[in-house]
Design a protein around this ligand. Structure first.
Ligand code: ADP
Ligand code: ADP
Length: 237
């Protein structure tokens, strides 16, 4: 489903964030990316959808080589990759419903007037998703009225309404308390299972990864140093 072939990222500053990373993710698999701060986790996630341009190496999503695409073709392929962020990246002044619908546009920045053009089927789907994450009753609330956990639920719905083949999740719980973090991780993993969706979750908290995923990738100094089930992991990996 997703394949990284000798993926290298060296920033202009000389930081070697990724050193020839090789990784294959089968369809429907949810994996956690762990490792110390600075290990390259965010860079890895961002190289997949080319929010960060890899220095060399290839990224394949199915049969498509993302690293070879022009910007127009890349924009289309990005719609197959849902992204969930640490800081939610909601548009504060828009409602919950509007934020979810913005996922149909495939990018986060947009004008309010666009929202009037969404077909009823999109609105219905947004309601179904909000209902699934327990937020249907908040559809008309403004994003800035929500708690952190509620915001992240909206972020999840916004990613899923794209109907992606792959979820890229960057530190989804870093701004949340431990209980809410567990709820959000459980929700993401359940939704992936329900939809047969593959996901890469950059997660700082090893214990959380151990609770919810079957495969953990340990990254250190830009290289994979662990790949396997989380049972054998010690917390300092
Ligand atoms: P985190 O590891 O929690 O994502 P970082 O402190 O690594 O946070 O990065 C915060 C932001 O600063 C990111 O956008 C990252 O790309 C950028 N950044 C991190 N390290 C550097 C650096 N050495 N030079 C320039 N930008 C950096
Ligand atoms: P992690 O997500 O595991 O904390 P990052 O991918 O943020 O790691 O960072 C990996 C390395 O790349 C670090 O050495 C960081 O300082 C560097 N880095 C990250 N973003 C940038 C950037 N925009 N410019 C320069 N260096 C960066």
């Amino acid at each position: 489903m997703l394949r990284l072939d000798k993926l290298v990222k060296t920033y202009k500053t000389g930081d070697q964030a990724l050193k020839a990373v090789e990784l294959e993710v089968p369809e429907g698999q949810v994996l956690a990316l762990i490792g110390p701060s600075g290990a390259g986790k965010s860079t890895l996630i961002r190289c997949i959808n080319r929010l960060v341009e890899p220095t060399s190496g290839k990224v394949y999503l199915g049969d498509v080589e993302l690293t070879g695409l022009s910007s127009g073709a890349l924009r289309r392929e990005r719609r197959r990759m849902g992204m969930i962020f640490q800081e939610y990246a909601l548009v504060e002044r828009l409602t919950v419903m509007e934020n979810v619908l913005s996922g149909r546009l495939g990018y986060v920045g947009f004008w309010r007037s666009f929202l009037r053009r969404f077909p009823q089927s999109d609105v219905d789907e947004a309601f179904r998703l909000l209902d699934r994450v327990g937020l249907a009753h908040m559809a008309d609330k403004r994003a800035d009225e929500l708690s952190g956990g509620q915001r992240q639920r909206v972020g999840i719905c916004r990613a899923l309404i794209q109907n992606p083949a792959l979820l890229l999740v960057d530190e989804p719980t870093a701004s949340l308390d431990p209980k809410t973090s567990r709820q959000i991780m459980r929700l993401i993993c359940e939704l992936c299972q329900e939809r047969g969706l593959a996901a890469i979750i950059n997660i700082h908290d090893v214990a959380l990864a151990q609770m919810f995923v079957q495969r953990v990738i340990g990254l250190r100094f830009g290289a994979i140093e662990f790949d396997g089930p989380p049972d054998g992991l010690t917390p300092e990996v």
